[in-house]
Ligand binder design. Structure first.
Ligand SMILES: [Zn+2]
Length: 244
């Protein structure tokens, strides 16, 4: 299996790693990875692999492979001269990843601001969306105000794990009807909390990457609210990063 460094510290931008395998298509399996693999509506990370000889190869994305490994897919096909056992440095396209973290955390806040089940969703660097099991569209201005108040509230974001039994006892935690809660190799489920324990803004199973504090997001704008079927409303949000 690949050690998923992004679950331990989402702000780690690079790591050294050992090449464990190279797939027939040239995909690179590392012993540990700062690259997030496409899942749960969040795109896989892009970036670069720096080889021991000094050469650099662009990585287009990262996907899940079999046996709990992550596979980094080179942007331009198999990497010349790369061998199993080599030591490499894996470096994220941090601007893109941070945008995914800000957007992903914003979707948790959106989920907490709309009283309905989530039927789907997608995260992009500039625009993201959630689909809700809703008959009426919520008020756009009020929703935008609520989201930005939560962001400005500077709530801490933290992750922990619970057992399957604990989750079964609290079915209300599973907000996303279309995605199974993420389980690690030992069967534990990762849960993400926004806000303090006992006074949370949001608390639900999630295997994605998030900002450490909602104030890191900046602002969001609520875009189009689309009617996708009688009992489905798609809410789009756009990211307006905090000034550097
Ligand atoms: Zn999440």
């Amino acid at each position: 299996m690949t050690r998923k460094l992004f679950l331990e510290d989402a702000y780690q931008r690079s790591c050294t790693a050992r090449v464990e395998a190279i797939t027939a298509e040239g995909g690179v399996v590392l012993d540990q990875s700062v690259f997030y693999a496409t899942s749960g509506g969040q795109p896989g990370d892009s970036g670069w692999l720096r080889l021991s000889g000094g050469a650099e190869a662009a990585i287009g994305t990262c996907i899940k492979g079999e046996d709990d490994v992550l596979v980094l897919l080179p942007a331009e096909g198999p990497i010349d001269g790369l061998r199993v056992g080599d030591s490499v440095e894996a470096v994220l396209d941090w601007d893109r990843r941070f945008a995914h973290m800000a957007m992903h955390t914003s979707l948790h806040l959106l989920c907490a601001s709309v009283d309905a089940g989530v039927t789907g969703g997608s995260i992009g660097a500039e625009k993201s969306r959630l689909d809700f099991d809703l008959e009426e569209s919520p008020d756009k201005e009020a929703l935008e105000e609520r989201l930005n108040a939560l962001i400005a509230g500077a709530h801490a974001v933290s992750a922990s794990t619970i057992t399957a039994e604990e989750l079964d006892a609290r079915p209300e935690l599973v907000r996303t009807m279309s995605v199974a809660p993420p389980r690690d190799a030992s069967g534990l489920i990762r849960v993400v909390r926004i806000g303090a324990e006992g006074d949370s803004v949001d608390f639900q199973p999630c295997g994605g990457t998030h900002v450490a504090n909602t104030s890191d997001i900046g602002r969001v704008r609520v875009g189009k609210i689309e009617k996708k079927g009688r009992q489905n409303r798609r809410i789009n949000i756009h990211w307006e990063p905090a000034a550097a």
